[in-house]
Write a protein that binds this ligand. Sequence first.
Ligand code: 4AD
Ligand code: MG
Length: 463
Amino acid sequence: MEKRRIADILRNGQPDETVTVEGWVRTKRELKGFAFMEVNDGSFLANLQVVINQDFPDYEALLKQLNIGAAVKVSGVLAASQGKGQRIELQPESIAIVGDSDPETYPLQKKRHSFEFLRSIGHLRSRTNTLGAVFRVRNACSNAIHHFFQDRGFLWIHTPLITTNDCEGAGELFSVTSLPLEKIPQTQAGKVDYEKDFFGKPAYLTVSGQLEAEAMALAFSNVYTFGPTFRAENSNTSRHLAEFWMVEPEMAFCDLQGNMDLAEAFLKFIFKYVLDTCPEDIEFFNKRIDKTVLKTAENIINNDFERITYTEAIALLEKSDRQFTYPVEWGLDLQSEHERYLAEELFQKPAIVTDYPVGIKAFYMRLNEDEKTVAAMDVIAPKIGEIIGGSQREERLDVLERRIQAAEMPLEELWWYRDLRRYGSVPHAGFGLGFERVVQFMTGMGNIRDVIPFPRTPLNAEF
Ligand code: 4AD
Ligand code: MG
């Protein structure tokens, strides 16, 4: 008998087809003369209903074992369902318990559980409707990303997770060392003797693959990375993770304008792709998690993003009668409350804010002619705030070296990065999309910890 995924059966299955399914019992209901069992294999939001008649062999004994959480293999014949709620159901010919489950201690019961509770059972929570839908949408987002770039001839490159540079210069680095922590070798001056360490110098988990992506873009023209990045920022917010995935395209022969155009087309493509491939999951989020999910997606797909400069953004914030917690002043960074006010209330759609003050952005961003601002861009979104950060890069060697020194970064160690400005330097640009933030944005999930299977946050690395 043909093994089929439940998604395929619920979408395409026809009466009288014989099928085999394997999955986990979500519910069991005993009625007079028969029982309903709902099975889910993770492929679809809805469960497959299995109708077991009381004349099924060993009916009583079998029902005792068909407990919530148990793994089963069921073969039988599809039939048009008499009941409401499903088009097709399964009439079993054989049911095997592959792995049993104790219904008394199984932590997932039929009722609704809080997301906080579900985080404490990270190894099981993906068996719930909401987390199941999240991770299918997350998968579709990944697929969309590769489709988008591959169709445009971008090369997918893998940048190192271990680096010796601090790309963003924010000092939020996790150290990587093989030195014995209980007996760290020291220099005569009493400092850590990194020459004895694995790489012979301090090394870290990367905060961004950008610097290496730039080197690759100057060979392949258009490239992208898609991988994990790490930040030891001690922020316990609903939008920060210590380990998150970032997508970083980098384009040679490209300026800020081209960068903005790509970012906007990119976000539109991801939303459209997910709406097309996961309609049931998105409908579920729209109904159960956030009633604006569908409207937001359509808004993104069908409208141009707002584009304003940082200076214009500050003027708008100063004009508003809103009381912000953080000060609004030219030269200070925009806080998430400011970003959300602009995107959520003023524009009611994503906005691209450009040309930030040089003092608040990373060393690699291209200095504008005014020498006060850099060719930076942040895409800010309703509910989320910053979802993309990017820039045109400084391609002029002398300006770059001044910026590195002003940022008090080690000029020597960035020798190879400076070399790129010496041999065939071209205007180039790129950005980083916070992958979990886009999944949050798509699904309306309030907390970033619920859109990555096993979140890493301060004091939390259980699973
Ligand atoms: O703005 P960021 O710091 O930009 C960079 O790292 C650049 N090197 C990217 C580039 O130009 N290639 O980070 C990019 C995005 C942010 O806009 C945000 O969406 C996400 O990464 N992000 C985080 N997501 C989850 N948890 C965190 N701690 C994050 N920090 C940044
Ligand atoms: Mg940023």
